[in-house]
Design a protein around this ligand. Structure first.
Ligand code: SF4
Length: 294
């Protein structure tokens, strides 16, 4: 297993064999993101990746059931490349049942519906899409590469191609205060309701030194939410999701309170849990800032 630089994966992929196909993120301009800033985006030679697969198949990884394609948006890879990787993975790992990847909105939109269907049918089952927010102006402000219409189209095209779409949003991006959090929650819930993913994770904004967003906070242009404002935004978001059977989780280390459930079935229980913590006002019930991370 050979890796270049730091490797990131979604929390749910902790058991997966991590196969690095690209180095970095093809977009790499989001103002809040530090993950791939130290890397110059490039595609690893296919021969090296196929060799990695053979190396892994010769170890205990042979029994792996899930593979996550790194780095930032392996969906950007050419279709032939992806097909060769998927073919080698399914031939080399007899128990393999799922291959997943991050998907950026632009890298997804660069694929035609037919290309997305082909790679989905070849065994790339799940895509993790950083939706971040449903606010058009905010998406542009954080340099996501698309506005709300483009983000919605990217997500819908993955759903239409049959992907098990896992969306990720960030609470607090709009800043502190009741108006801001209500606006972000309403626009994000609207986007998710229209996109119809199977999974939704929410993360809580963290301003990381070295990012443009951190500089905005330093200049006083963006005010970070208090932990309880953050929970209130999660409450507003959850209460406006209208999808049946949406798997929701806030188990990411950036969040103050881990929550999970199926919306809308478990909505009342989730809201009751949030209300209990909100009404208590007790910071001891929340993850300490010292233990939050991205
Ligand atoms: S698309 Fe994702 S990985 Fe790339 S810069 Fe934006 S948030 Fe970071």
């Amino acid at each position: 297993m050979r890796y270049e630089g730091d490797i990131y994966r979604p929390p749910g992929e902790w058991k997966s064999y991590l196969l690095q196909c690209t180095v970095g993120c093809s977009h790499n301009t989001c103002t809040f993101c530090t993950m791939y800033k130290a890397k110059r985006y490039h595609v690893r030679p296919l021969a090296d990746v196929l060799e990695d697969i053979q190396m892994a198949a010769g170890t205990w990884y042979r029994n792996t059931e899930t593979v996550f394609l790194c780095d930032g948006d392996a969906i950007d890879l050419p279709v032939d490349y992806l097909l060769a990787v998927l073919d080698a993975l399914y031939k080399s790992f007899p128990h393999l049942r799922r291959v997943t990847t991050y998907a950026g909105p632009l890298s997804t939109l660069r694929k035609s519906p037919e290309e997305l269907r082909i790679i989905r049918q070849a065994g790339l089952q799940r895509a993790y899409l950083g939706v971040e927010t449903g606010d058009d102006a905010l998406l542009r402000h954080v340099k996501k590469g698309v506005g709300a219409e483009g983000m919605l189209r990217a997500g819908q095209s993955l759903v239409e191609a049959g992907f098990d779409l896992w969306t990720i949003v960030i609470t607090g991006l709009e800043g502190a205060g009741r108006d801001a959090l209500e606006r972000n929650a309403a626009l994000t819930a609207k986007m998710i309701n229209e996109m119809r993913p199977k999974h939704l994770s929410s993360m809580t904004l963290m301003a990381i030194e070295g990012t443009p967003l951190y500089e905005e906070v330093q200049r006083g242009e963006l005010k970070l939410q208090t932990p309880f404002e953050s929970l209130l935004e999660v409450r507003q978001l959850v209460s406006q999701i209208q999808l049946e059977d949406l798997h929701y989780t806030s188990n990411h280390a950036s969040n103050y309170l881990p929550i999970k459930g199926t919306l809308t079935r478990d909505r009342d229980a989730i809201l009751a849990q949030l209300d209990q913590v909100l009404q208590s006002g007790d910071p001891a019930l929340l993850r300490d800032d010292a233990y939050r991370s991205l």
